[in-house]
Design a binder for this molecule. Sequence first.
Ligand SMILES: Nc1ncnc2c1ncn2[C@@H]1O[C@H](COP(=O)(O)OP(=O)(O)O)[C@@H](O)[C@H]1O
Ligand SMILES: Nc1ccn([C@@H]2O[C@H](COP(=O)(O)O)[C@@H](O)[C@H]2O)c(=O)n1
Length: 208
Amino acid sequence: MREQAVIIGIAGGSASGKTSIAKQLYDYFKGHHKVKIIRQDDYYKDQSHLTFEQRVKTNYDHPLAFDTDLLVMHLKKLKNKERIEKPTYDYTLHTRSQVTEVIEGRDVIILEGIFVLAEPTVRELCDILVYVDTDSDIRFIRRLRRDIEERGRSLDSVCQQYLKTVRPMHEQFIEPSKKYAHIIIPEGGSNHVAVDLLMTKIKSIVDE
Ligand SMILES: Nc1ncnc2c1ncn2[C@@H]1O[C@H](COP(=O)(O)OP(=O)(O)O)[C@@H](O)[C@H]1O
Ligand SMILES: Nc1ccn([C@@H]2O[C@H](COP(=O)(O)O)[C@@H](O)[C@H]2O)c(=O)n1
């Protein structure tokens, strides 16, 4: 039995396909009960003390929007296979949900989020670093559809947010973090060869 968990960090721009890749890996291994996905987005700072109008104005693509201290504390525990009580996030309300999720120690933790490679304290805790590299026009189209269908947004709000914060922050923080990746996956979840390679690596860890 492994003493420490292996943490696989999956970064990349918004709507690049991080969640899709993480889910494919999780689905493949879910029978083992040894793998768990952690979303960095669940560690956005709690904003319940602000009004909805104030929350909308937050720059969600800046490192300061996240409670990275809490994420690092939880990752250290997960590394030692200790249980954590993870916050969960509500994109429609722009704040933490009331519910938390208890996560027991696992052999493999898949951590996905835009700042996983850009945040040094998070990056250093990951054993395998992956960057999902999808063109920005494709990411924008995917995000537009997803945010309207799943995150309660309007066409105008998605476009405004993209131009005001998502695109400039991507250029300032996310894209430059690609240099820290061990593996770069073009096009995300539809890159079956890359996903298969990651599965093989995880399988070798789970079967140890
Ligand atoms: N290869 C793909 N082709 C078409 N749509 C995709 C593809 N990969 C992801 N999507 C869709 O794009 C949106 C963003 O993908 P997701 O995996 O959640 O990205 P991320 O986690 O990087 O934000 C989702 O609605 C998802 O269903
Ligand atoms: N209240 C929020 C919180 C986050 N976002 C956006 O989510 C993006 C990160 O999630 P992905 O699944 O797309 O990687 C990030 O770009 C934030 O702009 C938001 O819109 N509202």
